[in-house]
Design a protein. Structure first.
Length: 133
């Protein structure tokens, strides 16, 4: 059985503050987080709602903060909520984005590996988008 938690990270050649401001805006999700927001994100009744490969989900980020905390909760169509710890860590003029992936109840090893690969792809997309800016 694969470990229950994986810390996935990528270094982005942009200041941490710029990375944080981009990621914390849910409207940017379709540009880099294909696994979460495949088409569009709308602000509906005070919540961010995304069309995803899982169906329509809501996304709630931690309050805006100076520490690079990007933790967010994704509420699935089933009503289940998934807490996703995420950070932007300054590295001189660059930054490291760390996403903590946790195995969900009932998830097979294969599903967990697929989820990790999807997060890695999203982080690579984020790097590409931000470094081209």
């Amino acid at each position: 059985m694969a470990s229950g938690t994986q810390h996935l990270s990528i270094v982005i050649d942009r200041p941490a503050a710029a990375v944080y401001e981009y990621v914390v805006d849910p409207a940017n999700l379709p540009r880099w987080a294909a696994g979460l927001a495949s088409r569009r994100v709308e602000h509906v009744d005070g919540q961010w709602v995304a069309d995803s490969r899982m169906g329509r989900v809501t996304v709630s980020f931690a309050e805006h903060n100076p520490f690079g905390v990007l933790d967010h909760v994704v509420t699935l169509p089933s009503g289940a909520s998934v807490y996703n710890p995420m950070r932007v860590i300054p590295i001189e003029d660059a930054s490291e984005v760390v996403f903590t992936l946790r195995r969900q109840p009932g998830m097979t090893d294969e599903q967990f590996v697929q989820d990790a690969n999807a997060v890695r792809a999203d982080l690579a997309s984020l790097k590409q988008v931000l470094e081209q800016a």
